[in-house]
Write a protein that binds this ligand. Structure first.
Ligand SMILES: [Ca+2]
Ligand SMILES: [Ca+2]
Length: 295
């Protein structure tokens, strides 16, 4: 048996060439069929973009939702903010009172001290304290000194004998004895300059006046008033003062040293005024100026 022979035109070289050509064609075909990377990327990008848009849309929705939530929250806040103002106004209304005082501080009167006003102030504030009582036979600290007589210089209510004594219990006694008891008494006082300041230098006034009890007779009332300024608004009712009445001419004022601030030394001047007497007729001691008292 004889095997078929290969055609004469198919030489070994031609066969190899054909195989090579087929291989090239196959490779080319494979290359052509490869998917375009750029397109794939674009698509992915498009898909990503789409995803982004979706995300954006979702985000937008979220924003809308959160905006709505915020609006509601704001509304809620507004509602809760609306409530307090109803409670707040009283506080706002009270402020003007606090603001007013500094603006409306009136200028201080220049002086001298208005004793009629001091007397009215003292009478209005009396109460709440017991007037001191001095035992005239007790020890005096320091021992009192006799003063020159002041008799004969006032035709209405003339002070003659006068003195100021401090007792060892810290109570003072001022005496402004007058020569007559017939004229009605308006008041008797001791004006003291105990420290810097005061109305015309007067820091404290001890003032007494006669009272007329319903049962008859004559009594006495007294008070210690602080006068840091000439304006009545600056005054302060400090303590009760004793104004014992032995007769109409013996005028005595008892007051505590603590009501004066327990000064170690101070200047003072006494005065007596009859009812209806004007300032010019008041009898004062000493006549030339204040007496200096050293405790
Ligand atoms: Ca006199
Ligand atoms: Ca003073």
């Amino acid at each position: 048996m004889r095997l078929p022979t290969r055609p004469r035109w198919l030489t070994r070289g031609r066969a190899l060439a054909m195989i090579a050509a087929v291989a090239v064609i196959l490779v080319a075909a494979v290359v052509v069929m490869q998917p375009n990377d750029d397109t794939a990327v674009d698509t992915t990008a498009a898909e990503s973009s789409s995803t982004t848009e979706d995300a954006t849309t979702t985000s937008s929705n979220l924003e809308t939702t959160s905006t709505t939530a915020t609006t509601e929250a704001t509304t809620t806040t507004t509602t809760s903010t609306t409530a307090p103002p109803t409670t707040a106004p009283p506080t706002t209304t009270a402020r003007p009172t606090t603001t007013a005082p500094p603006t409306t501080v009136p200028p201080q009167p220049a002086g001298p001290l208005d004793m009629s006003a001091v007397l009215a102030f003292a009478k209005a504030g009396v109460g709440g304290a017991t007037a001191p009582y001095t035992y005239t036979g007790g020890y005096v600290c320091p021992a009192f000194a006799n003063r020159p007589s002041d008799e004969g210089d006032d035709a209405v209510r003339d002070i003659s004998y006068w003195e100021l004594t401090r007792y060892c219990d810290g109570v003072y006694r001022a005496v402004l004895a007058t020569t007559t008891d017939t004229e009605p008494l308006d008041s008797a006082w001791v004006a003291a300059d105990t420290k810097p300041g005061g109305c015309s230098g007067i820091d404290v006034v001890v003032i007494g006046w006669h009272t007329h009890p319903s049962g008859g007779g004559t009594g006495g009332g007294g008070a210690v008033v602080a006068t840091p300024g000439c304006d009545r608004a600056s005054w302060r009712w400090v303590d009760a003062a004793g104004f014992p009445t032995y007769n109409g001419s013996w005028l005595q004022l008892d007051f505590r040293g603590s009501a004066l601030g327990d000064p170690s030394a101070f200047d003072w001047r006494g005065a007596v005024r009859a009812a209806g007497e004007n300032g010019g007729a008041i009898d004062m001691v000493p006549n030339g100026g204040p007496e200096h008292f050293v405790v």
